[in-house]
Design a protein around this ligand. Sequence first.
Ligand SMILES: [Zn+2]
Length: 274
Amino acid sequence: MLIIVDSTLRDGEQSAGLAFSTGEKIQVGKLLDALGVDVIEAGIPAMGRVEQEAISALIHAGLRAEVTSWNRMHPADIKASLECGIRLLHLSAPVSDIHLEHKLRCSRSWVLGQMREMVAFAQSSGCRVSVGAEDASRADPAFLRAYALAAEEVGVERLRICDTLGILDPFKTYEMVRSVVEWVNIDVEIHAHNDFGMAAANTLAALRAGARAASVTVNGIGERAGNAGLQEVIRAARQFFGLKRGYDANIMDQLQSLVRALSYREFPEVKEAI
Ligand SMILES: [Zn+2]
């Protein structure tokens, strides 16, 4: 069984110049739900009131899909999510030394301690939790293992392995995810970026290695070259691995057209100055 985690409204929205209105988020969310995706990653509540209103509206839209939010490992982020009514919360932190040093300015042990504390805080507030390992592709495998084991120990229900910079190929993806799947007994999710045009291929490699969940976006929109595409991943998983997952082609068409229209941006041509 393939678990689809759609991040069109979170990572997809990180495409240059793109911001969905609340109404647009609801429209996209309803079509994702009608299509049958399992989890809708609706946004980042810590970004502020407008984002919180949109996420809260989605939670209360009566969808069958679970609505989740993206959070850093900080109490303020978790509180902002709780205020929206989130019950499945995603907590994320970098796991590569280069990101820990330059982005977070924190040590490996701080990340492990903070993860334990923040997961406990979210759980004690009535949430189930998934945890993300950002820049896992450049992490020291020993630390990635420690992070995965700690996540399992504190009872998170899914571990997201992120190729944040899109630098993996399918062979490396397979090896890395295979190791993670052997280390822990929780569901593993792959989050791939398309910088080398391999997001969908890497996602499939991860599924073959034992990942159960795929993070995707409609039309593959997202930061830089984008993410793995929802339609490609569902169709390829079915074609190559026989993962049974039907969807209504008509709804998929509507969803793709809607997101294409909402995310289309015309960039002015740069002309050489005379
Ligand atoms: Zn991403």
